[in-house]
Design a protein around this ligand. Sequence first.
Ligand code: AKB
Length: 320
Amino acid sequence: MSSRILIIGACGQIGSELTYKLREIHGSENVIASDISYNNLEVVNSGIFEIVDAQDYSSILICVEKHKIDTIYLMAAMLSATGEKYPMKAWDLNMNSLFHVLNLAKAKYISKVFWPSSIAVFGPTTPKDNTPQHTVMEPTTVYGITKQVGERWCEYYYDKYGVDVRSIRYPGIISWKTMPGGGTTDYAVEIYHKAITDGQYESFLSENTELPMMFMDDAIDATIKLMDAPANSLSIRSSYNLAAMSFTPKEIAKEIQKHIKDFIITYNPDFRQQIADSWPKSIDDSYARKDWGWDHQFDLEKMSSEMLLQLEKKYTTSKK
Ligand code: AKB
């Protein structure tokens, strides 16, 4: 029998692409997309869509019962930059939604949960290079605090109640279909759009700020691999470190210039610089590679070619 899947936060950057991929694998009728509003019409019109408020237990439960859901991907969250502007809202959204889904699993309405964590769980006291799976974690953003606390609760629900919850610490995710919103790594998506539309980009991070990043196809592949892995192969029930590449604004600009010769980058760091400075430069993801066979496909060069090709097509079609 195919899984019956609910994606909460399906209109967002990762949720939207996860919806498309899971529908390819499990069939459109088995994958229900949901969000708080109809803010991504491509997703809304692509299959079954429900309005679900991630902060309202009964809103999720009604949808779970109506569609006989057994697996939830909880993709709704407030990210690092927006979280600093609205600390209590970030805390409420990120924590309430997680508790609701974990409690649904504890009460056996569903049997499996995916919940994304982030490199934001790390802080200024964490070793910056090749950051290990188990290390000092003193996050300084509200978003990072919610992710670190969330990881502890995931492990707790697994240990105490046998809840099959699985998680990845995503690095910055780069994609061309849906824009990210409110993150510190968003510059690495904006830069490709601006390269095509304006031939220039003003970076809100300084030129040598190195951060761990990943192309969307790899992020989706990792998520599905982790969810498909046999439960007894998983040694981490908090959240897995995951890596593909690391680069700086200067390095990504250089790569873009190979395709768009006259592309210009300027730097005007804002409050997000401090957030980026608190995060690792690179990640050791050997547990993910050993436990469930993780391997990335995209480096900076391959990702840049794909981003520019797809965005070029997208902007040309939208002009017609
Ligand atoms: C952010 O920048 O807040 C996110 C993340 C690294 O989790 N992209």
